[in-house]
Ligand binder design. Sequence first.
Ligand code: IPM
Ligand code: MG
Length: 359
Amino acid sequence: MKKYSITLLRGDGIGPEIVDEAVKVLKAVSEKYGFSLEFTPALIGGAAIDATGVPLPQETVDQCLASDAVLLGAVGGPKWDSQPGNNRPEKGLLGIRAAMGLFANLRPAVVYSPLADASPLKPEIIGDSMDVMIVRELTGGIYFGTRGRETAEDGTLSAYDTERYSVPEIERIAHVAFETAMKRGKKVTSVDKANVLESSRLWRETVTRIAEQYPEVELNHQYVDNAAMQLCRNPKQFDVLLTSNIFGDILSDEASQIAGSIGMLASSSMGEAGKPGLYEPIHGSAPDIAGKGIANPLATILSAGMLLRYSLGEVEAADAIEAAVKKVLDDGIRTPDIAKPTETPVSTAVMGDAVVAAL
Ligand code: IPM
Ligand code: MG
């Protein structure tokens, strides 16, 4: 029997609750499809600060690098807001992305037809489906550029962050976007702010050059402000959206709300071929609802599906998870975030059990 090792980074807030539901589903699907999963928890974020003083202990990095894949819940919360910038829970997340070399973040923004009316867009715009793949650069740009504070001679304090991209960094993420598009609708929209930013002009030049290697893929460019507007004006025009780190952060939250709920969207982060990937919901730790048992575990369950598909190659099991999630939604089972006023919502655990039953 094939055996895989999975590191669980439960993290903070609702992180532990939703990861536990995904583990339930992974256990059930592995039994059904005849492979075995070994789960090892490790600390990240605020939980790691509380236990060790730092948001990303070295043991966590070693454990993640030694496993076949990593499943992460969420990090952060008001408890750690007073931590200095370089010791915040989020620093743990950025640190593990960098340490694992996870330069490519895939965020599918999918509307499931039973939830089409959860989208804030009018039916004539959203129809009964939407399927956009955001390919976000994850280990460069302003998230990792030089930053600091300076006090001028007259005592005025200022702060700065630097957006910087090298040609190889842009090339490798562009390849991921074009290869992803080849398996989908063969269209890439590259997002930049080339009318203002030099880093965006290099981004556009480089993406345009890489596109020559993919003659079947149609490439167009949009400024980020226009892309934000087009996403709510006509999301169906998009197949693959290629973005820098910060533009992808912003547009993926917008796309998730258009898709109905941020509680539904999964993501995968990959580095070099053959290295472990990291899978996480795109939402945060939602400290306001943590511990109440009402969080939607579906984004994490769908992330576990992506883990099976992309890191373990267990495609049938991944398909089964996606089908089970669709079935549960078809059956009208809803956590509070996706329930209509007329529907009675279920708890996090009941939703997890329902997905297991639908398998
Ligand atoms: C995300 C999150 C993170 C990011 C935060 C928590 C650092 O918003 O994964 O989108 O900005 O990348
Ligand atoms: Mg974000």
